[in-house]
Design a binder for this molecule. Structure first.
Ligand SMILES: [Zn+2]
Length: 336
């Protein structure tokens, strides 16, 4: 393990988002992570095999008693949903030409067991979900009684129609080809339609103090840790415009303050700990801490592609071996 940074410099992969050269960053749970020199996003390379990912996600939506690992995260996410439903409604109220008399059509991509679809429908939004997880979708339909379809968005999109809003909570970091997925999402949005997503933040003050130690560096679950700039480039490449990013999101001002205090205290303690020198050398075995910032992203589907260099990124995505993993149908859940 020692010294892989040095020897692997000759073979650093290009950033899957913006195709800029990357640099080896650290080991995380036995996986190599690289950081893009252009946009600051971190990513796993090589990507775990389809088989390894399928095995991981096969048990994901089981209860904790059955060997799942999802219930605690699920409870935390459900607590966020009222604030997110309000965000959807606020966003639509600002859209020109939208009136309350017309129902918002919303698609929740990576809907998991359908709790957010249910929260939206309870609030009068015409919501449905898609997810690769058959156990998640079965729960949504049978236990919650909400519309949900199993499969990859790429395969389902032609039958879904067009939506005012797509939500994509805590899922993009699980995908091997995030730009490809954002393009698929753009295809099911009406022109001017809105995408709302959230994901962990990398390359911010906390990640710089504690490189690789915040909770988002969690492969093989998380294959990307987006930076704000990486998110902007990914959205531009997929044809989104009018991008707003809140890089320290929480559902209330109080919780935002608590998160900041917790992150700051943990960062100070850990930063000056004895592990720092090993950590900076990139040769430590991975241990993460339950700290990290969350980015909340809002973007509109542009009427026309407005990306500065769409052709270049398109080429990168098409060449990427990552495409295969997403299209191959691993059970990507909506978790963080
Ligand atoms: Zn990049």
């Amino acid at each position: 393990m020692v010294g892989w940074r040095a020897v692997s410099h000759a073979h650093t992969p290009a950033c899957p988002i913006c195709e800029t050269e990357s640099e080896p960053a650290f080991w995380a749970g036995g996986y190599r992570m690289y950081r893009c020199r252009g946009c600051g996003a971190s990513f796993v390379h090589p990507v775990p095999s389809d088989a390894a990912l399928q095995e991981l996600y096969a048990s994901f939506h089981l209860s904790d008693d059955e060997g799942g690992q999802y219930e605690e995260m699920e409870n935390r996410m459900i607590a966020d949903f009222p604030a997110k439903v309000a965000m959807v409604k606020r966003g639509m109220a600002g859209n020109a030409g939208f009136t309350d008399s017309r129902k918002i059509r919303l698609l929740d991509v990576g809907c998991g067991k359908g709790y957010f679809v249910k929260a939206c429908r309870d609030a009068g939004i015409e919501a449905e979900g898609v997810d690769l997880s058959s156990s998640g979708v079965a729960f949504a339909r049978e236990k919650l009684g909400v519309p949900a379809r199993q499969g990859a968005l790429a395969d389902l999109k032609d039958d879904l129609g067009e939506f005012d809003v797509v939500t994509f909570w805590a899922t993009i970091e699980h995908l091997a080809d995030p730009v490809g997925m954002l393009r698929d999402i753009a295809e099911v949005l009406k022109p001017g339609g809105r995408l709302l997503l959230d994901t962990g933040v990398g390359d911010d003050w906390l990640d710089r103090l504690l490189p690789g130690r915040v909770q988002w560096f969690d492969p093989p679950q998380h294959l990307f840790v987006f930076s704000v700039e990486g998110m902007r480039r990914a959205l531009a490449a997929a044809g989104f415009a009018d991008v707003h990013i809140d890089s320290s999101y929480d559902r209330s001002a109080l919780r935002r303050g608590m998160r900041l205090a917790r992150n700051g205290a943990a960062a100070m303690m850990l930063r000056f700990g004895s592990t720092v020198s090993r950590l900076r050398s990139g040769t430590y075995e991975f241990r993460r801490y339950p700290i990290g910032n969350l980015m909340s992203v809002s973007a509109h589907k542009a009427a026309r592609r407005v990306s500065a260099e769409p052709a270049r990124v398109e080429k990168a995505a098409a060449r990427s071996p990552l495409e295969v993993v997403v299209r191959g149908g691993m059970g990507v859940p909506a978790v963080r």
